[in-house]
Design a protein around this ligand. Structure first.
Ligand SMILES: [Zn+2]
Length: 260
């Protein structure tokens, strides 16, 4: 059994990056765990931080239930994540306690400073995870986890490269259901921030949900449109991942669990 740890900066990032993959590998008997570095307590236009934090923790729990994964958080303030030494230690303790075989996260080139810091923090742990005198209170790992990045559209210093692909046709509707558990985001903040006027002006909750489902179906078909040759013919929905060269070497076992 392999353990896949998906680390996002905010609650909903892990779901988006690898929610489909998590369900697929679980079906094969592997374990998947989601971790949000922050509590997401900045993502709203009218709620205060404390109330939003509590709401987002509940949403994470609901999403975890839909995906069938444990959803953890380091509960750092949203917008304040930095790749500093105390946070590196915190993340290192978490990683060494869980002892994942695979870690999936953001690349460190990204529009959001928390995403950049998150990618950097995972990268900063990639070698040190095996160094016993860093965080000596938690035993070092003898085998470095494979590290992968979820897809992003950014091109500097280099565009995203799809090294591994997971088809998600069989679980796309459940992925959408899981993502939409983050209600404060999809029905409220992201709709407001992104000026999704159709969602904002929809008359009922059901109407808004149908519009969001359609939007997410479009989003989740993107990887197959952009990297068609990486997927089996006829695939409609999927997720793609880039291998990080600082992580442990990619193995056939991991690739089979993800693509097979
Ligand atoms: Zn995010």
């Amino acid at each position: 059994m392999l353990t896949f740890l998906i680390i996002g900066a905010h609650p909903d990032d892990a779901d988006l990056i690898a929610g489909g993959l998590a369900m697929r590998v679980k079906e094969k008997g592997h374990r998947a765990v989601f971790l949000s570095m922050t509590s997401g307590n900045a993502g709203h236009m009218s709620m205060d931080r404390d109330a939003l934090r509590l709401r987002r923790l509940r949403e994470m729990e609901n999403a975890g239930r839909v995906f069938g994964v444990r959803y953890d958080t380091l509960d750092i303030d949203d917008g304040y994540l930095t790749a500093d030494i105390p946070t590196r230690e915190k993340l290192m303790r978490y990683i060494r306690t869980l002892r994942p075989d695979v870690i999936i996260t953001h690349r460190s080139c990204d529009y959001h400073p928390d995403h950049r810091a998150c990618g950097q923090l995972v990268c900063d742990c990639s070698y040190l995870v095996g160094v016993p005198l860093f965080c000596p209170d938690v035993p070092a790992m003898r085998k470095a986890p494979v590290i992968l990045y979820g897809e992003d559209p950014f091109t500097v210093p280099a565009p995203f490269r799809a090294d591994v692909a997971a088809a998600c046709d069989g679980c796309v509707e459940r992925k959408i259901e899981g993502v939409l558990q983050h209600e404060s985001q999809y029905y409220e903040w992201l709709a407001y921030d992104g000026q999704w006027t159709d969602v904002l002006e929809s008359g009922t909750r059901e109407e808004a949900k149908a519009l969001l489902q359609k939007r997410l179906r479009g989003e989740f078909s993107g990887p197959v449109e952009r990297f068609k040759d990486r997927f089996p013919a006829g695939t409609r929905y999927g997720e793609v991942f880039q291998i990080d060269e600082y992580g442990g070497p990619m193995t056939e076992e991991v690739r089979r669990a993800m693509e097979g």
